[in-house]
Design a protein around this ligand. Sequence first.
Ligand code: 5RP
Length: 232
Amino acid sequence: MPDLQKAAKQAVGEQVASMVSSGMKLGLGTGSTAALAIEALGNRIRNEGLEVCGVPTSFASERLALKWGIPLTTLDQTPVLDLAFDGADEVNSDFIVIKGRGAAQTREKIVAAQAKRFVILIDESKLVDRLGTRMPLPIEIVPMAATPVMNVLKALGGDPEIRMGMKKDGPVVSDQGLWIIDAMFDEITDPEHVNRVLLNTPGVLDHGLFIGMVTDVLVGLNDGTVRTMMAR
Ligand code: 5RP
């Protein structure tokens, strides 16, 4: 990762950690930016005795929380969260977000839906004018539904493919034991329609479009400062 991009991710990670106060119940996102926020939160717990607990959105964020000393909880024990933070792959001007490069979008969406405040952490490169053009849309599916779901995605204008493992032969297997289809689009012009169609397709667990969920976006700029955008 280029130094400037790392600095931008670090700045938003530290900023969201500074928004946390003792007693808060948190959602802990997944990805390289959320990882820096988890580390910054761990530093505050160690240095200031901050008392918080968090619901992890993946095995990866669970392990990071353990590493940095963040007490863990579950949505069964803590169904209402004060604040969830997470990274994103794309954010448009309507605060619609695409997530899921780390294949964690299903748990990320479940956790975000329980949070009073959902803070997205990005660098400037993630701000897009046209949704779905920078990164593919990830869809988590039951393996036997791969071809029917890919046909639905083609009808929606997408170019789908099964996500393959990097250090493992065969498909990426999600934390739920399912597969991920990545669909590139020329542009997702009607995200609500794509959302409705996918959620009505048998075999689809969930997908990476987050619509109407974000409350704040923290954008790390290349000069090391952070721009805050409030969605609602
Ligand atoms: C994982 C995600 C990530 O939050 C998203 O891909 C952004 O990752 P990064 O902060 O590494 O750029 O949705 O499923």
